[in-house]
Design a protein around this ligand. Structure first.
Ligand code: BGC
Length: 259
Protein backbone atom coordinates (compact mmCIF):
# COMPACT_ATOMS: atom_id res chain seq x y z
CA UNK A 1 0.00 0.00 0.00
CA UNK A 2 2.67 2.44 1.10
CA UNK A 3 4.94 1.33 -1.73
CA UNK A 4 2.23 1.84 -4.36
CA UNK A 5 1.37 5.29 -2.96
CA UNK A 6 5.02 6.32 -3.19
CA UNK A 7 5.19 4.88 -6.69
CA UNK A 8 2.11 6.82 -7.87
CA UNK A 9 3.46 10.08 -6.42
CA UNK A 10 6.72 9.56 -8.26
CA UNK A 11 4.92 8.90 -11.54
CA UNK A 12 2.25 11.59 -11.30
CA UNK A 13 2.56 13.86 -14.34
CA UNK A 14 2.00 17.60 -14.27
CA UNK A 15 0.18 19.59 -16.91
CA UNK A 16 1.02 23.25 -17.51
CA UNK A 17 -1.06 25.44 -19.82
CA UNK A 18 0.59 28.65 -21.08
CA UNK A 19 -1.97 31.26 -22.10
CA UNK A 20 -1.80 34.90 -23.12
CA UNK A 21 -3.14 36.05 -19.72
CA UNK A 22 -2.39 33.22 -17.29
CA UNK A 23 -0.18 30.17 -16.84
CA UNK A 24 -2.04 27.32 -15.12
CA UNK A 25 -0.95 23.95 -13.81
CA UNK A 26 -1.93 20.91 -11.78
CA UNK A 27 -1.03 17.25 -11.32
CA UNK A 28 -3.30 14.97 -13.34
CA UNK A 29 -4.82 11.56 -12.68
CA UNK A 30 -4.50 9.93 -16.08
CA UNK A 31 -6.84 7.08 -15.18
CA UNK A 32 -9.78 9.50 -14.87
CA UNK A 33 -8.63 12.71 -16.59
CA UNK A 34 -9.22 14.66 -13.38
CA UNK A 35 -6.94 17.10 -11.63
CA UNK A 36 -5.48 15.65 -8.44
CA UNK A 37 -5.52 19.01 -6.66
CA UNK A 38 -6.92 22.48 -7.34
CA UNK A 39 -5.11 24.06 -10.27
CA UNK A 40 -2.74 26.96 -9.59
CA UNK A 41 -2.58 30.04 -11.82
CA UNK A 42 0.05 32.77 -12.17
CA UNK A 43 -0.39 35.80 -14.41
CA UNK A 44 1.62 35.54 -17.66
CA UNK A 45 4.63 37.88 -17.40
CA UNK A 46 4.67 40.89 -19.70
CA UNK A 47 6.62 40.85 -21.93
CA UNK A 48 6.09 37.09 -22.18
CA UNK A 49 9.73 36.27 -23.02
CA UNK A 50 10.87 32.64 -22.81
CA UNK A 51 13.05 33.10 -19.69
CA UNK A 52 10.35 34.97 -17.80
CA UNK A 53 7.73 32.35 -18.70
CA UNK A 54 10.11 29.53 -17.71
CA UNK A 55 10.59 31.19 -14.28
CA UNK A 56 6.82 31.26 -13.74
CA UNK A 57 6.58 27.59 -14.72
CA UNK A 58 9.33 26.76 -12.21
CA UNK A 59 7.30 28.56 -9.55
CA UNK A 60 4.16 26.65 -10.52
CA UNK A 61 5.89 23.28 -10.52
CA UNK A 62 7.28 23.99 -7.02
CA UNK A 63 3.68 24.27 -5.77
CA UNK A 64 3.17 20.54 -6.43
CA UNK A 65 6.06 18.80 -4.66
CA UNK A 66 4.06 15.53 -4.52
CA UNK A 67 3.98 15.24 -8.36
CA UNK A 68 7.41 14.11 -9.45
CA UNK A 69 6.61 12.71 -12.90
CA UNK A 70 7.14 14.21 -16.32
CA UNK A 71 5.78 17.63 -17.29
CA UNK A 72 3.63 18.47 -20.31
CA UNK A 73 3.53 22.12 -21.34
CA UNK A 74 1.14 23.71 -23.82
CA UNK A 75 2.00 26.77 -25.88
CA UNK A 76 -0.26 28.91 -28.11
CA UNK A 77 1.67 28.42 -31.36
CA UNK A 78 2.93 25.85 -33.85
CA UNK A 79 5.19 23.27 -32.16
CA UNK A 80 7.49 20.84 -33.95
CA UNK A 81 9.64 18.47 -31.91
CA UNK A 82 9.61 20.75 -28.88
CA UNK A 83 10.43 23.83 -30.92
CA UNK A 84 7.99 26.78 -30.93
CA UNK A 85 7.69 28.06 -34.50
CA UNK A 86 5.03 30.79 -34.20
CA UNK A 87 3.75 33.04 -31.39
CA UNK A 88 0.72 35.09 -32.48
CA UNK A 89 -0.26 36.16 -28.95
CA UNK A 90 3.10 35.79 -27.17
CA UNK A 91 6.49 37.54 -27.26
CA UNK A 92 8.29 37.22 -30.62
CA UNK A 93 11.25 35.65 -28.81
CA UNK A 94 9.38 32.34 -29.03
CA UNK A 95 9.46 32.26 -32.82
CA UNK A 96 11.74 29.44 -33.94
CA UNK A 97 12.85 28.72 -30.37
CA UNK A 98 13.99 25.50 -28.60
CA UNK A 99 11.28 25.65 -25.96
CA UNK A 100 11.49 22.04 -24.75
CA UNK A 101 15.28 22.34 -24.33
CA UNK A 102 14.88 25.48 -22.19
CA UNK A 103 12.11 23.98 -20.02
CA UNK A 104 13.95 20.69 -19.56
CA UNK A 105 17.09 22.53 -18.45
CA UNK A 106 15.22 24.86 -16.07
CA UNK A 107 13.02 22.15 -14.52
CA UNK A 108 15.62 19.38 -14.48
CA UNK A 109 13.12 16.73 -15.56
CA UNK A 110 11.56 15.39 -18.76
CA UNK A 111 9.33 17.92 -20.53
CA UNK A 112 7.14 17.63 -23.66
CA UNK A 113 5.67 20.69 -25.39
CA UNK A 114 2.60 20.81 -27.63
CA UNK A 115 0.09 23.28 -29.03
CA UNK A 116 -2.56 24.39 -26.49
CA UNK A 117 -5.60 23.50 -28.63
CA UNK A 118 -4.06 20.14 -29.57
CA UNK A 119 -3.67 19.45 -25.84
CA UNK A 120 -7.28 20.40 -25.12
CA UNK A 121 -8.42 18.22 -28.03
CA UNK A 122 -6.41 15.21 -26.87
CA UNK A 123 -8.03 15.50 -23.44
CA UNK A 124 -11.57 15.87 -24.82
CA UNK A 125 -11.09 12.89 -27.13
CA UNK A 126 -9.87 10.70 -24.27
CA UNK A 127 -12.05 11.81 -21.35
CA UNK A 128 -14.68 14.26 -22.60
CA UNK A 129 -17.08 15.14 -25.41
CA UNK A 130 -15.11 13.25 -28.10
CA UNK A 131 -14.70 9.99 -26.19
CA UNK A 132 -15.14 7.01 -28.49
CA UNK A 133 -16.11 9.16 -31.49
CA UNK A 134 -14.71 8.02 -34.83
CA UNK A 135 -14.64 9.94 -38.10
CA UNK A 136 -13.56 13.59 -38.32
CA UNK A 137 -13.77 15.60 -35.09
CA UNK A 138 -12.80 19.26 -34.88
CA UNK A 139 -12.09 20.80 -31.47
CA UNK A 140 -12.00 24.61 -31.27
CA UNK A 141 -10.95 26.76 -28.32
CA UNK A 142 -12.33 30.28 -28.19
CA UNK A 143 -10.09 32.35 -25.92
CA UNK A 144 -7.47 35.02 -26.60
CA UNK A 145 -7.19 33.44 -30.06
CA UNK A 146 -9.02 30.59 -31.80
CA UNK A 147 -7.25 27.27 -31.39
CA UNK A 148 -7.99 24.16 -33.43
CA UNK A 149 -7.32 20.43 -33.11
CA UNK A 150 -8.36 18.02 -35.85
CA UNK A 151 -8.84 14.26 -35.32
CA UNK A 152 -9.53 11.39 -37.69
CA UNK A 153 -10.66 8.23 -35.90
CA UNK A 154 -9.14 9.61 -32.70
CA UNK A 155 -5.74 10.41 -34.22
CA UNK A 156 -4.56 14.02 -34.10
CA UNK A 157 -3.34 16.01 -37.10
CA UNK A 158 -1.32 18.60 -35.11
CA UNK A 159 -0.82 22.35 -35.67
CA UNK A 160 -3.86 23.04 -37.87
CA UNK A 161 -3.99 26.73 -36.73
CA UNK A 162 -7.46 27.37 -38.17
CA UNK A 163 -7.74 30.55 -36.09
CA UNK A 164 -5.55 32.23 -38.69
CA UNK A 165 -7.65 31.13 -41.66
CA UNK A 166 -9.08 34.06 -43.56
CA UNK A 167 -12.84 34.44 -43.34
CA UNK A 168 -14.38 37.23 -45.45
CA UNK A 169 -11.05 39.04 -45.71
CA UNK A 170 -10.09 38.84 -42.03
CA UNK A 171 -8.37 36.30 -39.77
CA UNK A 172 -10.98 34.10 -38.07
CA UNK A 173 -9.69 34.88 -34.57
CA UNK A 174 -10.06 38.61 -35.26
CA UNK A 175 -13.77 37.97 -35.93
CA UNK A 176 -14.85 35.45 -33.33
CA UNK A 177 -12.36 34.76 -30.48
CA UNK A 178 -13.40 35.19 -26.86
CA UNK A 179 -11.13 38.25 -26.77
CA UNK A 180 -13.11 39.91 -29.57
CA UNK A 181 -16.35 39.28 -27.65
CA UNK A 182 -14.87 41.06 -24.60
CA UNK A 183 -13.23 43.90 -26.53
CA UNK A 184 -16.34 44.71 -28.56
CA UNK A 185 -18.67 43.98 -25.66
CA UNK A 186 -20.78 41.74 -27.91
CA UNK A 187 -23.93 40.04 -26.65
CA UNK A 188 -24.18 36.24 -26.96
CA UNK A 189 -26.42 36.42 -30.04
CA UNK A 190 -24.14 38.72 -32.06
CA UNK A 191 -21.01 36.92 -31.03
CA UNK A 192 -22.66 33.53 -31.68
CA UNK A 193 -23.33 34.60 -35.25
CA UNK A 194 -19.70 35.58 -35.69
CA UNK A 195 -18.61 32.19 -34.36
CA UNK A 196 -21.20 30.56 -36.63
CA UNK A 197 -19.81 32.25 -39.73
CA UNK A 198 -16.27 31.11 -38.92
CA UNK A 199 -17.29 27.58 -37.96
CA UNK A 200 -19.39 27.26 -41.15
CA UNK A 201 -16.20 27.92 -43.16
CA UNK A 202 -14.35 25.22 -41.23
CA UNK A 203 -17.26 22.83 -41.76
CA UNK A 204 -17.27 23.54 -45.52
CA UNK A 205 -13.54 22.79 -45.63
CA UNK A 206 -13.46 19.63 -43.51
CA UNK A 207 -17.00 18.15 -43.35
CA UNK A 208 -16.48 17.15 -39.71
CA UNK A 209 -18.80 14.65 -38.01
CA UNK A 210 -18.63 16.58 -34.74
CA UNK A 211 -17.38 19.98 -33.59
CA UNK A 212 -16.42 20.47 -29.93
CA UNK A 213 -16.21 24.03 -28.62
CA UNK A 214 -13.92 24.67 -25.65
CA UNK A 215 -12.32 27.59 -23.84
CA UNK A 216 -13.75 29.61 -20.96
CA UNK A 217 -16.98 30.21 -22.92
CA UNK A 218 -17.82 26.50 -23.12
CA UNK A 219 -19.70 26.70 -19.80
CA UNK A 220 -22.08 29.21 -21.49
CA UNK A 221 -22.71 26.92 -24.49
CA UNK A 222 -26.51 27.14 -24.27
CA UNK A 223 -26.26 30.88 -25.01
CA UNK A 224 -24.52 30.58 -28.39
CA UNK A 225 -23.99 26.98 -29.55
CA UNK A 226 -27.50 26.46 -31.04
CA UNK A 227 -26.92 29.27 -33.56
CA UNK A 228 -23.41 27.98 -34.32
CA UNK A 229 -24.79 24.51 -34.99
CA UNK A 230 -27.50 25.88 -37.26
CA UNK A 231 -25.04 27.93 -39.33
CA UNK A 232 -22.42 25.16 -39.52
CA UNK A 233 -25.02 22.46 -40.33
CA UNK A 234 -22.94 20.09 -38.19
CA UNK A 235 -23.42 18.71 -34.67
CA UNK A 236 -21.77 21.16 -32.24
CA UNK A 237 -21.27 20.38 -28.53
CA UNK A 238 -19.57 22.09 -25.60
CA UNK A 239 -16.31 20.69 -24.28
CA UNK A 240 -16.70 18.79 -21.02
CA UNK A 241 -13.35 19.42 -19.36
CA UNK A 242 -13.76 23.18 -19.75
CA UNK A 243 -10.79 25.11 -18.37
CA UNK A 244 -8.89 21.97 -17.43
CA UNK A 245 -8.61 20.41 -20.87
CA UNK A 246 -5.23 21.99 -21.71
CA UNK A 247 -3.66 20.88 -18.42
CA UNK A 248 -5.03 17.34 -18.72
CA UNK A 249 -4.02 17.00 -22.37
CA UNK A 250 -0.51 18.29 -21.63
CA UNK A 251 0.02 15.70 -18.90
CA UNK A 252 -1.39 12.93 -21.09
CA UNK A 253 0.82 13.91 -24.03
CA UNK A 254 3.93 14.03 -21.82
CA UNK A 255 3.24 10.62 -20.35
CA UNK A 256 2.61 9.16 -23.82
CA UNK A 257 5.67 10.64 -25.48
CA UNK A 258 8.23 10.58 -22.65
CA UNK A 259 7.63 7.27 -20.92
C1 BGC B 1 -2.34 30.45 -32.04
C2 BGC B 1 -2.65 28.99 -31.87
C3 BGC B 1 -3.40 28.75 -30.58
C4 BGC B 1 -4.61 29.63 -30.51
C5 BGC B 1 -5.33 29.50 -29.18
C6 BGC B 1 -3.63 31.25 -31.96
O1 BGC B 1 -3.37 32.60 -32.08
O2 BGC B 1 -1.71 30.71 -33.29
O3 BGC B 1 -1.45 28.25 -31.87
O4 BGC B 1 -3.75 27.41 -30.50
O5 BGC B 1 -4.26 30.99 -30.69
O6 BGC B 1 -4.53 29.88 -28.12
Amino acid sequence: MVASKVQSEIMTPLGIDIGGSGIKGAPVNLATGELLTERERIVTPSPSRPDAVASVILELVAKFPQAKGCVGITFPGVIKNGRTLTAANMDAGWIDFEAATLFTARLGRPVAVLNDADAAGIAEMRYGAGRGIRGTVLMLTLGTGIGSALFLDGKLLPNTELGHMEVRGKEAEERASGRVRDEKNLNWKDWGQRVGEVVACYAALLSPDLIIIGGGVSSKGDKFLPVVQEMAKTPVVAAQLQNHAGIVGAALFASQTLT
